[in-house]
Design a protein around this ligand. Structure first.
Ligand code: SAH
Length: 472
């Protein structure tokens, strides 16, 4: 962000504009929506400006801007449509202590004016740092369509009612009240009885909410998918949008966390580095504690919560505590990874079953049916398998697997940093040792990237030959 958006208090303060032509008119139309004192300096002001001055909406001084004219002003616009004159007045206004904007000159401006959606007191400012004004206009048009024009009126009436709503406890209850007002009762009352019907509707609504029973907490066990926010389900988005508390794992990407409400309590239970990460018992306790306070909790897990996510331990704990829960599935890393190499998990005449294996520890491998997996055409998706690659390789070879069986490691599936390492069972540990994969990675046993795709990637990244062992 090269420009930080803020809302400046301008009520009763001075804003000065130098210029009296088209550029000045455009800015003045915007500025007159504010409660600032507006002063214009222009030797030959346009008739509209004279008209506005006559209506008392601004003050006009019919001469060039001079030193000291912007003393005490908060903002200054140089709108002379003449570079030399704009530079002269900008320097003077800056010396007077005002923040300076030169119209159509991003580089020399101290601030820029966003595209504005005006539902006063609700104001949406849209900025593209000058990069895409067309885009800003399109977003503005879109928002204007979506935000009913009654929104401004409803929020003004709502604002006057704020003090009364303090009788509801902070947090969930108050939010429910306001959501109900803005999206249901408010618009309905306005439509049925006009402006005068809104206040009685607010009173009735407050009564209703004050007497409503306290909500009970609930936990949604939600899959966040492999990382790409577009691979989040609509349901997960909605739950995130409604959550009071979000308890998330390390692999959940920051873009997805951004989708939670700003007021939501965000709890990271996947910390790495020194100090132990939060234990499973701590996580269970956190969920139960917040649920008992009546919170709506999203327990956000990477991929699909039902795949190597210790989901059952959490469900058991919630059941024992009598807390209600529901699972919202997500796209598991294997689905995203296999999509990334253009292959299917199962294929007619190749494999009619696919195994999901975790390499988290080697203990669980003892009972594994290595002999079956070693057969021609078998496919397995190995989660958390980087450290145990050599062990897995050893077991498979020992049970007769073909050393030339393709193996593909996909790091950061679906994320911008996605990488593919195509190798063979024989070469897997060596290839991994040579690479410095630090992101989450999934290993496919029995699958190579589809040839056309592999070629494409090789062409696109000629400097990274290690990633594509074309020997396959
Ligand atoms: N529930 C998750 C898996 C959790 S176990 C799911 O369904 O995907 C964590 C392991 O998943 C990681 O060690 C890695 O092997 C794999 N993984 C998760 N996200 C990944 C991604 N974006 N790319 C590759 N592997 C990923």
């Amino acid at each position: 962000m090269k420009h930080f958006p803020i809302f400046m208090a301008v009520e009763g303060r001075a804003i000065v504009v130098s210029g009296g032509g088209e550029a000045a008119l455009a800015k003045l139309r915007l500025l007159m929506k504010t409660e600032a004192r507006i002063t214009v300096f222009a030797p030959n002001p346009a008739p509209e400006i004279l008209q506005w001055a006559a209506e008392g909406r601004l003050t006009i001084t019919a001469r060039d801007f001079a030193a000291g004219d912007a003393k005490g002003a908060v903002l200054f616009y140089a709108a002379n449509e003449d570079d030399a004159e704009d530079a002269r007045v900008a320097a003077l206004a800056e010396a007077d202590g005002a923040l300076v904007n030169i119209v159509d000159n991003l580089g020399d401006s101290q601030f820029i004016t966003p595209a504005i959606v005006d539902r006063d007191p609700v104001t949406v400012a849209i900025g593209t740092e000058g990069a895409a004004p067309v885009l800003a206009r399109a977003i503005k048009a879109d928002l204007e369509e979506r935000l009913p024009s009654s929104l401004g009126l409803l929020s003004r009436i709502g604002k006057a009612f704020r003090a009364k709503v303090e009788k509801l406890p902070m947090g969930r209850k108050r939010r429910d009240f306001w959501a109900d007002y803005y999206f249901k009762s408010g618009p309905a009352a306005l439509e049925a009885h006009g402006e005068t019907g809104v206040r009685p509707a607010l009173d009735a609504l407050l009564d209703h909410h004050a007497n409503a029973e306290t909500r009970i907490g609930h936990v949604d066990l939600v899959g966040a998918g492999p990382g790409d926010p577009e691979l989040l389900t609509l349901k997960a988005r909605k739950l995130l949008d409604a959550a009071d508390v979000v308890i998330y794992d390390r692999l959940v990407s920051p873009e997805i966390l951004e989708l939670a409400r700003r007021e939501a309590v965000m709890i990271d239970v996947g910390k790495e580095g020194f100090g132990r990460s939060t234990t499973q018992d701590d996580i269970n306790a956190l969920m139960i504690e917040h649920a008992r306070e009546g919170a709506q909790i999203v327990r956000l897990k990477s991929g699909d919560p039902t795949v190597f996510g210790r989901l059952d331990e959490e469900i058991d704990a919630l059941d024992e505590a009598g807390v209600s829960w529901r699972i919202a599935p997500g796209i598991t890393a294997a689905s995203a990874a296999v999509a990334g190499i253009g292959q299917s998990l199962t294929k007619r005449n190749r494999n009619s079953s696919v195994r999901f294996i975790t390499g988290h520890d080697t203990k669980g491998y003892a009972e594994h049916d290595w002999r079956a997996l070693a057969r021609e055409g078998e496919v397995a998706a190995i989660y958390m398998g980087k450290k145990t690659a050599r062990f897995i390789q050893g077991r498979l070879l020992m049970h007769g697997a073909n050393p030339d069986t393709p193996v593909t490691v996909i790091e950061n599936a679906s994320r911008p940093a996605q990488r593919t390492l195509a190798t063979t069972l024989a070469e897997l540990p060596g290839a991994l040792a040579e690479d410095d994969m630090s992101g989450p990675a999934l290993t496919f046993y029995g699958l190579a990237p589809r040839a056309a795709l592999a070629r494409l990637e090789t062409d696109a990244t000629p400097t990274a030959p290690r990633q594509q062992k074309e020997a396959l």
